[in-house]
Structure formats: structure tokens, C-alpha cells
Design a protein around this ligand. Structure first.
Ligand code: ADP
Ligand code: ZN
Length: 298
């Protein structure tokens, strides 16, 4: 009997990545394309799986931008719900895929999926409690507690916590349409660009933007430590590809904790505590494959 194959979709607001395989060392087909309309984008994903032998697949997993409805008893389960992304509010992702491919579909937030992938194969392998944050076009966070992804009432929305902003240091009011100066409003890639009038990737590494950015992220790390006590925090996303960011964020986390939480991992080995995704840029799509595996494992 051939090895069961799984499909994964990293459904981002900017691009979708689809892959078929069984893990990091076994990706048999992969495609990426820009996110356009729901019909066209989901259609391209369906086409990809059909063209690559969807009859060999046992399940599909989707890690999606959101907010999403993860409550299996809700009539809107499997949908992207109140997103401000034009055309995408109330998009039934799971229903459309199930109907077209007749396969079980695992569904979660993009960041929860990436965390599940990291838990299965990457940087959170040895963790019962872990967090995954992405700092890119937006800021999102997923959580794993007792080895299980946290959904709760809706799902975590860690990007919308409020760090302390000192208007004397940072008069920029933030760009979140709901909150202004929440974490995402102050520290996502487009917020950096709006504050400094230069795309984040073009700012020099010694620009004061990075110390400020790290300070906000450090506040978020300290808050997460106080609330969830994660054994590891993984931070991904385009903004974190600046090599100076990890040391700055670790230092800012220490500063905001101010010696209160005493654990060698926090104090002596911060580089093993706040880490990049071990699966790199593939964390999202591999996480989606892990969701597919979870969907059939029950
Ligand atoms: P998305 O969040 O859409 O999945 P990314 O994680 O790549 O995609 O995030 C895109 C954001 O990250 C943009 O705002 C961009 O300016 C910023 N970004 C991308 N690369 C870099 C870089 N090397 N340095 C700083 N910021 C970057
Ligand atoms: Zn917000």
C-alpha cells in the first residue's frame, strides 16, 4: 500500500502556498500564487491538488489568515469571518474544499498551523506549552498548551494586545483600523514603513527603528511569559529576517521582565528560548500538512 499523502495550504492574505507530502523531508509538489479573489484563489488550490493526484491524498490542512471560525458546531465553521481584506469576509474555505475534493479538511489559523508544524518537526518539538508569533504584514500569534492548539472562545489574537507607547519617544499613532496603537498597529511591517516612510527592508540595521520595534516585541514577549509561561517562543515573519532583531528582542524581553521571572532558560539561554522557526519559510505550509495529519488522526 502506498504511503498516505497529505495536502497543505498556507492561506495568507498576500499569497497562498500549497504542498503535497508527509513532512519536511518529503514535499512532493509545491506551488505559490498571489491571493486574489476567493473564487480564483481557492480554485487554483483545488486545481493544484487535482493536477497532482488528489486521489492519493487522505486529507488536506489549511492554515488561514483570519479571523476564522474554528467552532465545529457553528454554521460558519471553516470560514474566514470578519476580515477587512476586500472580498474575503465570510468566505467558506473548508466547505468549498470539501465539496471539490471530497477529503477531510483540517482548519486552523495560520499561526496555530505553523506552531503545530514546529511542534511536530521543528523548534517546539520538546514543548508542552509554546507560542508562535509572526511579524509580517500583520502580527499574529498561536498557542499550544498541553500539546494542543488553543482555540478557546474564538482563537488567540496576540497581535492586538496593547504595549505601552511613550508618545514622547514614539508619536506615531499606529495603523490598526480597530485600535490604532495595538502591537500590530505599531510593529507590523506596514507600520514600520508608515512611521519611517521607508519600507522596513530598506532601513539600515543601525536605524533607531529596530530598537523601538524590539522594545514593542519585547513587551509582548514579557506579557506572553506572564500569561502562558511558554517553554519556547518562536518568532517568524519578514520583519524578523533582520539579523539584529533576535538579540534586540531578547534583550528587550529581559528589560521588561526586570528580573521578575527567574528561570535559566530566560536568564542564561535566551537564544534557546526566543527563536526563529526551525522549519524556516516552510513552517506555514508544513504546519498545514500537520493539520491534515491531525484531521485524520482524530
Ligand atoms: P506575510 O505577513 O504577508 O505573510 P511576510 O512575513 O514576508 O509576509 O511579511 C511582509 C512584511 O515584512 C512587509 O511589511 C515587509 O516590509 C516586511 N519585510 C519583509 N522582508 C523584510 C526584511 N528583510 N526586513 C524587514 N522587513 C521585512
Ligand atoms: Zn489592533
Amino acid at each position: 500500500m502506498p504511503t498516505p499523502l497529505y495536502g497543505g495550504i498556507e492561506a495568507g492574505g498576500t499569497k497562498w502556498v500549497c504542498a503535497i507530502g508527509t513532512g519536511p523531508d518529503d514535499i512532493q509538489a509545491e506551488i505559490r500564487f498571489p491571493t486574489t479573489t476567493p473564487a480564483e484563489t481557492i480554485g487554483r488550490a483545488i486545481e493544484f491538488f487535482r493536477a497532482n493526484g488528489s486521489e492519493r491524498l487522505v486529507a488536506i490542512g489549511v492554515g488561514s489568515f483570519g479571523p476564522v471560525d474554528l467552532n465545529p458546531t457553528s454554521p460558519r465553521y471553516g470560514s474566514i469571518t470578519t476580515t477587512p481584506k476586500p472580498g474575503w469576509a465570510d468566505t467558506d474555505v473548508v466547505g468549498t474544499l470539501t465539496q471539490a475534493l471530497s477529503l477531510p479538511v483540517g482548519f486552523d489559523t495560520d499561526v496555530n498551523a505553523a506552531l503545530l508544524g514546529e511542534h511536530r518537526w521543528g523548534a517546539a518539538r520538546d514543548c508542552e506549552v509554546a507560542v508562535y508569533i509572526t511579524v509580517g504584514t500583520g502580527i499574529g500569534g498561536g498557542a499550544l498548551v498541553g500539546g494542543k492548539l488553543v482555540h478557546g472562545l474564538i482563537h488567540p489574537e496576540m497581535g492586538h494586545i496593547h504595549p505601552v507607547r511613550d508618545p514622547a519617544r514614539d508619536p506615531f499613532p499606529g495603523i490598526c483600523p480597530y485600535h490604532g496603537d495595538c502591537l500590530e498597529g505599531l510593529a507590523c511591517g506596514p507600520a514600520i514603513q508608515a512611521r519611517w516612510q521607508i519600507p522596513a527592508e530598506e532601513l539600515p540595521s543601525d536605524h533607531p527603528a529596530w530598537e523601538l520595534e524590539a522594545d514593542y516585541l519585547g513587551q509582548a514577549m514579557a506579557t506572553l511569559l506572564c500569561i502562558l509561561s511558554p517553554e519556547r517562543i518562536i518568532i517568524g515573519g519578514g520583519v524578523m529576517s533582520q539579523p539584529q532583531m533576535f538579540p534586540l528582542v531578547r534583550a528587550a524581553t529581559q528589560r521588561w521582565l526586570n528580573g521578575y521571572l527567574q528561570h535559566p532558560r530566560i536568564l542564561a539561554q535566551p537564544e534557546a528560548f526566543i527563536v526563529p522557526p526551525a522549519l524556516g519559510a516552510r513552517a506555514g505550509v508544513l504546519g498545514a500538512i500537520a493539520l491534515a495529519m491531525q484531521a485524520v488522526a482524530g
